[in-house]
Write a protein that binds this ligand. Structure first.
Ligand SMILES: [Zn+2]
Ligand SMILES: [Zn+2]
Length: 339
């Protein structure tokens, strides 16, 4: 049998298998392997990328040379370009604009042989600091409305064939539809209850505990009730905050700690699945009268980690329902702490 579970954050439905017997070994996927060909993201190859827009460097090192822990560079083959005007216009019934935005690569480590979960806590903290610094910088560009940060780990999740550990950033002139759906659901909930939907859900999950995977002073990781993917994870700040970039220094360290911990558990317990990680943040607050009046109170930023070990099929594309063969309660049990 199965259950239809409603995703309280999106209003969507997920078909979740009802079973007690799934094991990570039931799924077949390729563990991430790195190529050893020339890599533009390795330390000492800095000249092979466009000039850096941000870096965390050791004292005495120079821009675009070695001596960094995190380095952000424009994508050499960007999907959107930073130069030019948006040029919003109509073509009959259709709306269009120029492909203006930023597309950057956040090189998470100078070393080619390390993944995010294999870095030291301080190094993961530097990656988070780089995310924050780029968001704050891009917030000043009034053409941009949203910064999307995501990571593809493993070929099954669309990782670059060069396979150096990187995240990507796209600054967009529109808010992505998937985020907008969450924003609207959260706004409606707040309008009727005057409380944050996410704070309410976290309170209940922390009481119930069946889907809690990890927790520290500032963050909690859950297997969401309506997980769309096997071993899906959500990382939420415990105290309410709508904007990731307002994170405090102690919170950065706690986020780095819990993120590395749960990624290590995915690696150990599930066997290093390909995954997509993304930041689900609020858009920049631009003047659009009456549009997102309560957003700072009603939306609650979070990270989403979606392992890619089952294929998205015609059912998902046709219905926008997902079928998840691993109940999140089982996923939470499988992802027990790494000894
Ligand atoms: Zn490399
Ligand atoms: Zn909240």
């Amino acid at each position: 049998m199965s259950q239809m579970r409603k995703d309280v954050f999106t209003g969507g439905w997920v078909v979740v298998a009802e079973t007690d017997t799934v094991r990570p070994s039931d799924f077949h996927f390729e563990r991430f392997t790195r190529e050893t060909t020339f890599c533009p993201f390795c330390e000492t190859n800095e000249a092979a990328t466009p000039p850096e827009v941000f870096a965390i460097r050791s004292p005495g090192s120079f821009s675009n040379g070695p001596g960094w822990s995190v380095r952000v560079v424009p994508n050499a083959n960007p999907r959107l370009r930073i130069e030019g005007e948006l040029g919003r216009r109509a073509e009959g019934f259709h709306d269009l604009m120029n492909g203006v935005g930023a597309h950057e690569i956040i090189v998470e480590t100078p070393r080619h042989d390390r993944s995010l979960h294999e870095l030291e806590i301080d190094e993961v903290s530097d990656v988070i600091r780089a995310y924050v610094a780029r968001i704050i910088d891009l917030e000043g560009d009034t053409r941009m409305r949203y910064v999307l940060i995501f990571k593809n780990h493993g070929e099954g999740a669309g990782a670059h064939t060069i396979s150096h550990s990187i995240s990507q950033l796209m600054a967009l002139s529109v808010t992505p539809r998937s985020v907008k759906t969450k924003l609207m659901v959260a706004r409606d909930y707040f309008a009727s209850k005057e409380r944050c939907l996410y704070c309410d859900v976290l309170q209940q999950e922390l009481r119930d505990r069946r889907r809690v995977i990890a927790e520290n002073d500032d963050f909690v990781t859950l297997a969401p009730f309506a997980s769309r993917f096997p071993f899906e994870l959500g990382v939420f700040p415990k105290s309410h905050s709508s904007a990731f970039s307002r994170i405090s220094p102690p919170q950065i360290k706690n986020l780095a700690t819990i993120l590395r911990d749960v990624l290590q558990r995915l690696d150990h317990a599930v066997g290093g699945p390909p995954y997509n990680l993304s930041l689900q943040d609020r858009p920049f607050l631009r003047r659009r009268e009456g549009y997102w009046n309560t957003i700072e109170d009603d939306f609650h930023w979070h990270l989403q980690i979606l392992p890619q070990i089952v294929r998205v099929t015609g059912f998902e594309w046709a219905s926008w329902f997902f079928y998840n063969p691993v109940p999140p309660e089982i996923a939470a049990r499988c992802l027990s702490p790494v000894p």
